[in-house]
Write a protein that binds this ligand. Structure first.
Ligand code: HEC
Length: 158
């Protein structure tokens, strides 16, 4: 019994020792991962923008798949990709990130922008298979939520 208790205690110590390492630091690795996250976003949003603009034929099954993927990706809790100090004002990250320090500044409403995006994407997932017009109308709104966040929190250039 005592051994079991000791083992549980040891496991507790171990997991709390591992725990903090999940809170990623403001490193180039984290920035790479953050940017990779948005590339996954783009890999699903891109074809939907393509269908919206007529650069790609509308396909209900594909639209549904991409919209569902986008919904799942939008629901990822990505706070760990946004450690304080990982903006483009950090000299160590110069040229590697376009994230603006406004993200972490007082009055930042990036969480609200993220919530608006998630909401628009969830709606998209529910209508993406209902024909080109339904998908297009909602995809425009999704695009506006991407832009709204980029406008305040992503620099144009590196
Ligand atoms: C809540 C804010 C927010 C929302 C919503 C958002 N983005 Fe971004 N996005 C960012 C930030 C911040 C960066 C800059 C990341 C960096 O450079 O470290 C970024 C970067 C990107 C990049 C560049 C990735 C790279 O390789 O540098 C792409 C592409 C992108 N976003 C696409 C999208 C699309 C498409 C949507 C909507 C479907 C979207 N984003 C929604 C905040 C957001």
């Amino acid at each position: 019994m005592k051994n079991v208790v000791m083992a549980i205690l040891a496991a507790g110590v171990l997991s709390s020792a591992i725990g903090p390492s999940f809170a990623a630091d403001a490193t180039d690795k984290t920035v790479k991962q953050r940017r990779a996250y948005y590339q996954v976003v783009l890999s699903n949003a891109g074809p939907l923008f393509g269908m919206l603009k007529g650069k790609m034929a509308y396909d209900a099954a594909k639209a549904k798949t991409f919209a569902n993927n986008l919904k799942l990706v939008s629901q990822v809790n990505n706070k760990h990709l946004y450690p304080k100090g990982s903006g483009n004002d950090n000299p160590a990250l110069k040229g590697q990130t376009r994230a603006l320090p406004a993200i972490w500044a007082a009055g930042s409403d990036i969480s609200k922008k993220g919530a608006a995006w998630r909401e628009a994407v969830a709606k998209l997932a529910s209508v993406a298979g209902n024909g080109k017009d339904a998908m297009s109308a909602q995809m425009k709104l999704v695009g506006a939520t991407c832009s709204a966040c980029h406008k305040g929190y992503r620099a144009k250039d590196f």
